[in-house]
Design a protein around this ligand. Structure first.
Ligand SMILES: NC(=O)c1ccc[n+]([C@@H]2O[C@H](COP(=O)([O-])OP(=O)(O)OC[C@H]3O[C@@H](n4cnc5c(N)ncnc54)[C@H](OP(=O)(O)O)[C@@H]3O)[C@@H](O)[C@H]2O)c1
Length: 308
């Protein structure tokens, strides 16, 4: 039972809906909305209070792509937290390939850097009691019918993971839709490594699936955004079966992942092979690199090369 939960990127989309669903659970006493923008966070808090009738939301301001911002934010957390949902992220938009002061590009820094620091700092200061959930994506094992190839790294060495994080892996052709799957793979492998390092905590990786009603499509290249919003989401996906679902369903995957004992530490759960909705299954049953503990530890080492 999680009484207190911190969710990053909780002012909109899956993060906010997850906050709403968790607040309605009777055991929940506190939900911390970890957001980068004070005004958006205040608006979300007000709306969540109105929707749930609960005054259990607190705000912490922090930018997960900025190491110092996250460290300062953690100092404001006085009481230990039961569970953390590392939700902030996505494809970032036009600046995805731009390098941040950490040496990671913005795509990697947003999806990984601050989250690793957040978890490391919470553990170091004895402020994390039970569980961490990371949202990965079906882009990692790939979705053949959409032309999304599985992530295929040559060696999954520390150097190769580091090259994904600073973008050199992709050479001059940085395609954010491809890079996104690779960045989520690094984060997933870091989580699986953490699960072995901290067996007393639960580290679970969950894809929300292809979820309607978030701002995620807005960060896609323009042609893809147009296709997705006007053609794929409303017409094609609903005809294909188990390819898209509502915001409530995507967020419930996070709520279940963090609360339900059927979801185990050290496992990446997402849709069945080739699907983007429906039941969640252990992805390592058909995407073998997830089972390799050396690869997992290499991802952890690569991420920490960028954290001073
Ligand atoms: N939507 C899907 O179908 C889908 C599928 C697979 C995986 N996912 C994953 O699920 C997670 C949530 O996705 P979503 O679709 O709900 O995204 P979204 O609607 O775009 O919302 C993203 C949230 O993250 C916050 N955020 C972005 N960069 C941040 C930063 N540097 N520091 C702090 N907060 C930051 C945003 O804050 P602002 O409002 O301030 O920008 C917003 O609250 C992401 O990790 C995404 O990769 C989503």
């Amino acid at each position: 039972m999680n009484e207190s939960i911190l969710i990053t990127g909780a002012n909109i989309g899956l993060g906010k809906e997850t906050a709403r669903q968790l607040a309605l659970k009777k055991e929940t006493k506190k939900v911390i909305l970890f957001c980068r923008n004070q005004a958006k966070a205040e608006a979300a808090k007000k709306d969540l209070e109105a929707q749930t009738g609960k005054k259990i939301f607190e705000i912490i301001i922090g930018d997960v792509s900025d190491a110092n911002s996250v460290r300062k934010a953690v100092e404001k957390i006085k009481e230990p937290i039961d569970a953390v949902i590392l939700n902030a992220g996505g494809m970032v938009g036009k600046t995805a390939a731009k390098l941040t002061p950490s040496g990671m590009n913005e795509l990697a820094a947003t999806n990984i850097l601050g989250h690793v620091i957040l978890v490391d700092e919470l553990i170091k200061h004895d402020k994390l009691r039970k569980a961490v959930l990371y949202p990965s994506a079906e882009a990692v094992p790939g979705v053949k019918m959409l032309g999304m190839k599985p992530v295929a790294m040559k060696t999954s060495s520390v150097d190769e993971f580091a090259a994904v994080l600073d973008g050199t892996y992709f050479g001059n052709k940085f395609d954010v839709t491809q890079a996104y799957g690779y960045v989520k793979y690094v984060a997933t492998m870091w989580m699986l490594s953490m699960a072995r390092k901290y067996p007393e905590l639960k580290f679970v990786v969950v894809s929300p699936g292809n979820t309607k009603g978030t701002l995620a499509p807005d960060n896609l290249p323009p042609a893809m955004k147009f296709m997705l919003k006007n053609f794929m989401m409303p017409i094609v996906f609903p005809l294909m079966g188990e390819m898209v679902h509502k915001l409530e369903v995507g967020a419930k995957r996070f709520v279940d992942g963090i609360s339900d004992e059927r979801y185990k530490s050290g496992v990446f759960y997402a849709s069945k092979k080739g699907k983007l909705s429906g039941d969640m299954v252990d992805q390592s049953t058909f995407f073998a690199p997830l089972r390799n503990s050396t690869f997992q530890d290499n991802a952890d080492k690569a991420v920490h090369r960028f954290i001073k």
